[in-house]
Design a protein around this ligand. Structure first.
Ligand SMILES: Nc1ncnc2c1ncn2[C@@H]1O[C@H](COP(=O)(O)OP(=O)(O)OP(=O)(O)O)[C@@H](O)[C@H]1O
Length: 230
């Protein structure tokens, strides 16, 4: 299913005034493809990702999956947004955010159970995803014994374990060196294609983005055709 943002605006209160963090953004990420969202600090990337994931309601505009009615609008109840997130969206954050006492396999199983998957299928799916990110042999290792790149791979596998329609990724390479960063972006892009997830990926580092299908540039909350020199 495509991810479709239509005329999304997000305004924060700012003392007595307001601050428009996202300004009338329309963007479609086709199913199975990855779009990188670029822009300087404060341009609204994280804010747009938060709206796309139903974490923050837009001030105006809508978020839809495919041709169905919008899933996130100004008036979407918080519970409905939470359910939608659990069922349809995978997240990867800047830091892997793994639970230290759980093995790689258990991290994935926990999320699958939270998503209400049947126990009988959970382990198979979790092992399939760890294989898909190249971590099959590390399934029973805890985060403390894995490298930074391996921990981020566990987080990526975990994001896919619930078979999301949409994957939202926030600066996944900021704690990694260039080579590991390139590998992680290529991995996300190929898994998005293989598992048919519309993927929106925030990045500050264009040099790692060779594998993505498209780029979108934000400046002062607005989509711009080309990046502007600093
Ligand atoms: N919760 C909030 N309340 C008020 N203003 C906010 C809030 N979150 C972000 N902002 C402001 O909205 C604007 C966009 O911020 P945002 O974090 O989305 O940008 P960004 O492009 O992700 O930046 P960075 O690359 O530094 O993470 C900034 O001016 C920021 O100060």
């Amino acid at each position: 299913m495509d991810l479709r943002l239509e005329n999304v605006t997000l305004v924060y209160p700012d003392g007595d005034a307001t601050l428009t963090a996202v300004d009338d953004v329309s963007l479609t990420v086709p199913s199975g493809t990855t779009t990188a969202l670029l822009g300087p600090s404060g341009s609204g990337k994280s804010s747009l990702l938060a709206v796309a994931g139903g974490l923050t309601p837009p001030t105006s505009g809508t978020v839809s999956f495919g041709e169905s009615p919008p899933v996130f609008t100004t008036t979407t109840p918080r519970d409905a947004a939470t359910t939608m997130r659990l069922e349809r969206i995978g997240f990867v954050f800047q830091q892997p955010q793994l639970i230290p006492s759980l093995t790689a396999l258990e991290q994935l199983e926990l999320l699958a159970h939270l998503r209400g998957r049947r126990s009988s299928s959970v382990r198979d799916r979790a092992l399939e995803m760890l294989d898909a990110v190249g971590l099959g042999p590390w399934a029973h290792k805890r985060p403390g014994t894995l490298s930074g790149g391996q921990r981020q791979r566990v987080a990526i596998a975990r994001a896919f374990v619930g078979e999301p329609h949409v994957l939202l990724v926030d600066e996944p390479t900021s704690a990694l060196d260039h080579e590991r960063g390139v590998e992680i972006i290529a991995l996300v892009t190929s898994l998005a294609r293989r598992f048919d997830a519309a993927t929106l990926l925030v990045s500050h580092d264009e040099s790692t983005l060779g594998a993505v299908d498209a780029t979108a540039h934000l400046l002062d909350g607005r989509l711009v055709a080309r990046p502007t020199a600093a």
